[in-house]
Design a protein around this ligand. Structure first.
Ligand code: GUN
Length: 295
């Protein structure tokens, strides 16, 4: 068996079409243009490429979009003041500070400084708390994208054994939480594995749906999964460069080995990545609607 390839690129394209229409309507009927600022501190190449992609997408969807580049040595206070400025700016509905930040800046302080109503990353403790309870909130973009992919691909999550590899605040913890909630794309039995898990393969072999956000290339191999598993690979690892200088990417799972056993699998690139950016746009549209009293 060769797995169905779950194309994040295709699903993201569908959602972007839906969003484009929604934005046009918001503009025409209500005079509201969703506004997004992405703040980049320093010049980390991966961060530069993520932020550039986010800005391009925002622009393509007809947003008011601002790219705010700050030097590596900006002080914590200056960054907090900048966030305060955007918190007060009525044209801006969504604020994204690209992580990681330089060591001299406390990431938690920065995240906590963003107005929760503009926290389109869904990282502020108010949004995290609302997510855990199941209240309306901004869902973090990568887990939100994974849910959409599973729902739109028709993967049955209710009663499924879901195994998550990784326990980061950005992916592992929130996706584990969302998948156990009583909602569409949830109702699963969830296990979370991490660096201290004693026998990783014991758990991964039981998975009907395996979500891997380990942050290390190809840590999940074909012998660690069962026939018919659905694999969501969140990893983006830069393992070299082409002669033209383009990054060569691979995921956290051994795609070539596992695709022969899996029922469905996401590729890298073209899987979760495009979904993450798209859900940021969806959150920004939601923020603008809430701001304007339309939702
Ligand atoms: N760095 C890696 N992923 C993300 C993300 O989803 N949001 C932000 N702000 N920074 C990131």
């Amino acid at each position: 068996m060769s797995a169905k390839i779950i194309s994040g690129t295709e699903i993201a394209k569908q959602i972007r079409e839906e969003l484009k229409q929604e934005v046009q309507e918001m503009k025409e009927k209500h005079g509201v243009t969703p506004g997004l600022v992405t703040i980049l501190v320093g010049e980390n190449p991966a961060s530069v490429s993520y932020v550039t992609a986010k800005q391009k997408t925002a622009h393509d969807l007809g947003f008011y979009s601002v790219q705010d580049n700050q030097p590596e040595d900006i002080s914590e206070e200056e960054l907090l003041n900048l966030i305060d400025k955007y918190n007060k700016d009525p044209k801006i509905h969504g604020i994204l500070v690209q992580l990681p930040l330089p060591k001299h800046i406390d990431e938690t302080k920065v995240i906590n400084a963003i107005d929760p109503d503009k926290d389109v990353d869904g990282f502020h403790p108010v949004n995290v708390g609302r997510m855990v309870i199941g209240e309306r909130c901004f869902l973090p973009c990568t887990p939100h994208g994974i849910l959409e992919m599973l729902i739109r691909t028709g993967v049955e999550t209710s009663g499924a054994e879901v195994v998550v590899v990784g326990r980061s605040n950005i992916v592992g913890k929130p996706i584990a939480n969302l998948m156990l909630q009583k909602r569409e794309g949830g109702n699963a039995t969830v296990t979370v594995c991490h660096t201290r898990t004693k026998d990783m393969a014991f758990h991964t072999r039981r998975a009907d749906i395996l979500i891997v956000a380990a942050g290390r290339p190809k840590v999940i191999t074909a012998d660690m999964v069962k026939e018919g598993v659905v694999v969501i690979d969140v990893g983006v690892n830069r393992i070299g460069k082409t002669p033209e200088g383009k990054a060569i990417l691979c995921g956290d799972v051994d795609f070539d080995g596992i695709k022969e056993k899996a029922a469905a699998i996401t590729p890298v690139p073209g899987g979760v990545g495009p979904m993450t950016i798209t859900m940021l746009m969806k959150n920004t549209v939601q923020a603008a609607k809430q701001f304007a009293g339309l939702a």
